[in-house]
Design a protein around this ligand. Sequence first.
Ligand SMILES: Nc1ncnc2c1ncn2[C@@H]1O[C@H](COP(=O)(O)OP(=O)(O)OP(=O)(O)O)[C@@H](O)[C@H]1O
Length: 398
Amino acid sequence: MTPYPHSLMADQTLFRDPALFEADHLPEVFNHRDAQVEDLAFALRPTLRGGSPLNTLIQGPPGTGKTTAVRRIFAEVEETTKRVVPVLVSCQARKTTSAVLREIYLALFGHSPPTHGASNSRMLFEIGRTLAERGAVLVVCLDDANHLVPRGVLNGVLIRILRLHETCPGARTGVVMTDSSMALVLSSVLDPSTRSSLQAGTIFFPPYTADEVRSILADRVRVGIYPGVVPASVLDDVAERTVGCGDLRVGLCLLKEAVIHAERAGRTAVEAGDVEAVFAVARHARLAAAVQTLAPPERTVLTVLVGMARREEETTSGRVYEAVAAVEPMSYTMFYERVTELEAQCLVGTRRWKKGQGRTREIWIPEGVEAVLSADSSGASVHRRTGVAEDEKRRYET
Ligand SMILES: Nc1ncnc2c1ncn2[C@@H]1O[C@H](COP(=O)(O)OP(=O)(O)OP(=O)(O)O)[C@@H](O)[C@H]1O
């Protein structure tokens, strides 16, 4: 490759395939997870013979390949048989029973349920009846199922899916849940009767070792970026920072942003300075992903709160509520539900302290959230530049 002039031509890029660095990319090579993939395959194997799967809880820290493993196995199942309907539901974006059921309906029928008249029981009945008629098995993955806990949705969703055969005999169903919070203790969030229907086995996804992280990132560089663009020393630096942050997403985001930074400077190779320059935002890749999928009402609460914190105003829940309600009128209960949602995504924290005679609750902003929110609002993130965040948001809003 010849060196680029300072103002890089719009169609010149250092990426062989930029899509490989998008959050929704399904990697072709998925190393270091053979045991977990084998366990998951074992749990789903009964479905190929028309039986229900073994219900499974997949736990592990963020960015350890849980969702990727499920997506790969689901893709394999879909290629193998039409008698199994695997549905992946992102619970970060679908937090109500109705939103989860609508996703299942969409996957089964190929179109959304009617906006009016599609009650939860109606949708369930149609899903169950169709499964029984087709002799098909439904496997629902509740991805990041911990997001269904704050509003108490998880128990109801599980019981509806797992007991579908009671209202629609012959309908076979099962669930896989992923949880990166490691806080999903089924015995404390589920009723005994739900637990007894679930009987979930657990598969653990441990953090990748430093060598594994480097080899995964090296694979991605090899297929996604032109040779010579990312020197070995830069890759070592990225891998080390990734291990420090404990999330592979940080490394992927860091590579993408550093390459773009070098492109912008009109260079053909990434330098240590590019990595340093983009690290502040990339290290919060997970927060950035959470901010990008925020529903508008939660985004309002977060934006108001960040503004208050920036002005060093008191951020007790009462004060924040007043400020939010002035922008968008809502009840205190609704406001607090949104705070709970934000807390579940680690975008805010809350703590109680004594004030005068009583106690009050303060809402605080974890490190990185402000930077990620401003980058997202100013359109500075790469996702936004490529239009992915906009598409995701539109999808969410419809
Ligand atoms: N073994 C691997 N090989 C290649 N890429 C991987 C591997 N493991 C994870 N990834 C990549 O890392 C990113 C995060 O993976 P994934 O979403 O599967 O993690 P997760 O454990 O589900 O995270 P979270 O719990 O935060 O949702 C994805 O872009 C995925 O492509």
